[in-house]
Write a protein that binds this ligand. Sequence first.
Ligand SMILES: NC(=O)C1=CN([C@@H]2O[C@H](COP(=O)(O)OP(=O)(O)OC[C@H]3O[C@@H](n4cnc5c(N)ncnc54)[C@H](OP(=O)(O)O)[C@@H]3O)[C@@H](O)[C@H]2O)C=CC1
Ligand SMILES: O=C(O)[C@@H]1CCC=N1
Length: 258
Amino acid sequence: MKIGVLGAGNMGGAILQGLVNKVDPSSLFVLNPVNPRVSELQKKLGFQLFNEPTAFKSQQLDVVIATVPAPVTVTVLKQLNGINPETVIISAAGGIRIKEVKTALPNNPVVAIIPNTPVAINQGTIATTFEQQINEQSKQTANQVLSLLGDVIIASEPKLGIMGTVGGCGPAFVDVFMDAMADAAVEEGLDRKTAYQVIASMVAGSGKLAFNTGKTPADLKDQVTSPGGTTIKGVTELEANGFRNAIIKAIKSSNGSM
Ligand SMILES: NC(=O)C1=CN([C@@H]2O[C@H](COP(=O)(O)OP(=O)(O)OC[C@H]3O[C@@H](n4cnc5c(N)ncnc54)[C@H](OP(=O)(O)O)[C@@H]3O)[C@@H](O)[C@H]2O)C=CC1
Ligand SMILES: O=C(O)[C@@H]1CCC=N1
């Protein structure tokens, strides 16, 4: 399998790291303008780097994952005009619809995804929409690559936005939460390194518990709040300070509905 990645920034870099954990780096082909940061990344991960589209698009790639900034995605994909029509184009651009990608490469199968940064450790959440006309072979090729990176969750195109907001933007919200928790722990006298270790472990474990048991977050919260105990005092304080409302507003704002 030959995998192309357009743009080795934060998302492209995370995808490349996740792929290098699973496949030979010689099967990874990256297109990015000349940039010392990307050259360093190439040295570290060992992929093949191209600085202009002509040589990149003639590599007989099975898939190309586009992780250039969303506003330039269609323009950059147009530069791949003439690429093998069997190459599956996987666009990770937030807010760019399949039909817009098709305007750039009308003959190629198109898949729209919103991944998240945990793809770097193969624990990503990848909301995925296939174009309606896609054939089974192209679907399988895309699935084969994406499932190396984490959970592939199929979405209808109208739901891709909100799934991507929760899954794709979500890590940043969790990071803000963890950072604030660490500040409080430091104020209470814990050293920062230990605080980060406890918090990351707790968040990972809580996520896995919800995932593995299928219990609702509300049920899981109720199991922690012992009657008359310490947790319910903290939960009450979160409610008094509008924590739940802040999260709801953050999701709606990132999703473009406020
Ligand atoms: N960050 C995230 O968690 C997520 C991002 N996405 C999507 O991924 C895309 C990239 O986001 P992000 O990684 O955060 O952005 P970054 O700015 O970190 O990365 C963009 C990369 O694209 C490169 N690039 C710019 N123009 C071109 C071009 N013409 N040809 C090839 N490469 C180019 C940039 O190179 P240079 O630095 O040299 O300019 C850079 O390496 C967006 O569409 C975003 O919606 C989706 C889900 C999650
Ligand atoms: O912030 C962004 O626009 C991208 C899309 C989802 C996560 N990051």
